[in-house]
Design a protein around this ligand. Structure first.
Ligand SMILES: NC(=O)c1ccc[n+]([C@@H]2O[C@H](COP(=O)([O-])OP(=O)(O)OC[C@H]3O[C@@H](n4cnc5c(N)ncnc54)[C@H](O)[C@@H]3O)[C@@H](O)[C@H]2O)c1
Length: 454
């Protein structure tokens, strides 16, 4: 089929790419083999595409080359099966020229001053540009503010030695390449929806780019959702995450009120969830974590300032959610006080440092802030988490702690459940501990005077 398309005099470069995708002959590069990029690369290999993964982290490239995995939820057998279908990883961007499509999944964190840090996207574009060729499709998946694809990614890509330009109108000519934005909707730890069933939003710079990117993603997702352009696709992702951030802040605030009023917020949410329309449950917790919800909304509020616009919901939600780890610490101090003890000098065990249950991701985890705050108050802190043997240092923390076994719980003055991993036996934890502070309602159904839910 590809040959027959190529043989046609009238075949355009997008006909050729479309045919290669259909025949699984398109070579696809995935840049950034992290929580988003590696699973995406494996999905494509399952559909018999030959995938090349690019990462600047040589350690990751080496681990993959040995057929091993660095993610708990990806077994090494998956990596080995992918290798048999032609998957390889490299840190050498020269291989980009052999790709028909390149999908970028690099980090988009915030700087220390809570401003977007687009340096990873910029550096990736600078690395790709020397190896661009006409007719290639470049897709950005990293979450970012509306305008990034057109104002940052494309101008850097267009500084390529061949003078290639992004196709803006109609079909690409011989000296053009295609560009699209397609947000990632990965929800680590959520097994209730098959990855294939998550619709993929796609916004190309021109209709042909949207069509090609949709065709590419249709091979691994059951449904694609084309939108008018990259900015609409970028904004779609932010709306989804801001919706979560604001609603979590709402229940966190109502939890504080309910605590004062002696009402159980969890019981209220469960009851409200029986409404078959117009209500979607969100749950309170010790604070936001992960690479998305605590960060992405601030990409939009930063961008909005350029338009003299203040995104008040985002700011307010941020304020409430950021206060939650402080609330956990003051609740712990009050609970210890109830047993005539002080936080200063207390021995505290944190259960769960991952930012949510059953995953191996620490980024922005509220547990890290809680540990630092407890230490500042003079507590001796240890942690247990089956997903982390060691917690070293990151952008915002410097802990250097090793995992403590879940034994001798009575030696601690307080056990704080920060992450409600499924592996924990909560009955036993309550039975053997002197005081339990539960930030996740993990001890629901267990009756004991020494449980404090906060
Ligand atoms: N993790 C999630 O659940 C999730 C969900 C939806 C969207 N996202 C978004 O996806 C993007 C990626 O997130 P992630 O969680 O996969 O990040 P990650 O940190 O797990 O992975 C990013 C990878 O990119 C690599 N990298 C950095 N700079 C590079 C460069 N110049 N060239 C090649 N590789 C480079 C890093 O070494 C790392 O392996 C972010 O924008 C994030 O907001 C993440």
């Amino acid at each position: 089929m590809v040959m027959s398309v190529l043989e046609k005099q009238s075949a355009t470069i997008d006909d050729v790419l479309a045919a290669k995708i259909e025949q699984r002959e398109a070579r696809i590069g995935v840049v950034g083999l992290g929580y988003v990029g590696l699973p995406l690369a494996l999905l494509f290999t399952e559909q018999s595409f030959r995938i090349t993964g690019f990462d600047v982290d040589q350690k990751k490239v080496d681990v993959l080359a040995k057929g091993k995995s660095y993610m708990v939820r990806i077994p090494e057998t998956d990596i080995q099966a992918a290798q048999e279908r032609g998957f390889s990883a490299t840190s050498d961007y020269a291989c980009v020229s052999a790709m028909d499509a390149v999908i970028i999944c690099v980090p988009t964190p915030l700087t220390e001053h809570h401003e977007p840090d687009l340096s990873f996207i910029r550096r990736t574009a600078e690395a790709i540009a020397p190896h661009l060729r006409s007719g290639q499709l470049i897709v950005l998946e990293s979450t970012t503010y509306p305008g990034t694809t057109e104002e940052l990614l494309i101008p850097v890509l267009e500084k390529n030695p061949l003078g290639l330009k992004a196709a803006r109108n109609g079909r690409a000519s011989d000296n053009e390449f295609y560009v699209a934005f397609s947000p990632e909707r990965e929800d680590p730890g959520n097994d209730s929806v098959a990855r294939r069933d998550i619709p993929k939003v796609v916004g190309g710079l021109n209709p042909a780019a949207t069509e090609l990117a949709s065709k590419l993603y249709s091979s691994i997702f059951n449904r694609t959702v084309p939108v008018s352009g990259p900015a609409a696709a970028e904004m779609t992702k932010l709306l989804e995450n801001i919706y979560r951030c604001v609603n979590i802040a709402l229940v966190n605030e109502l939890k504080l009120l309910c605590m004062r009023m002696g009402i159980d917020i969890w019981e209220v949410i469960e009851a409200a969830s029986t409404k078959p329309f117009g209500f979607h449950p969100f749950y309170p917790g010790p604070g936001l974590g992960g690479h998305c919800i605590p960060i992405d909304p601030f990409y939009l509020s930063w961008r909005a300032k350029e338009y003299d616009f203040h995104t008040r919901f985002i700011e307010l939600a941020g304020e409430i959610n950021l206060a939650m780890p402080y609330h956990v610490v003051s609740s712990t101090a009050a609970a210890l006080n109830g047993q005539r003890k002080t936080l200063n000098g207390a021995k505290v065990l944190i259960l769960g440092v991952a930012y949510k249950k059953d995953i191996d991701d620490l980024r922005e985890s509220p547990a890290l802030t809680i540990i630092e705050l407890l230490r500042k108050e003079g507590a001796t802190v240890r942690y247990n988490d089956p997903y982390f043997a060691y917690v070293g240092h990151g952008r915002k923390y410097d802990l250097h702690m090793t995992n403590t076994p879940l034994t001798d719980l009575d030696l601690y003055d307080c056990v704080i459940i920060v992450t409600d991993h499924s592996d924990y036996d909560y009955e036993r934890i309550v039975r053997e501990s002197r005081l339990v502070v539960d930030t996740r309602n993990a001890t629901r159904g267990i009756r004991a005077a020494h449980i404090v839910r906060c």
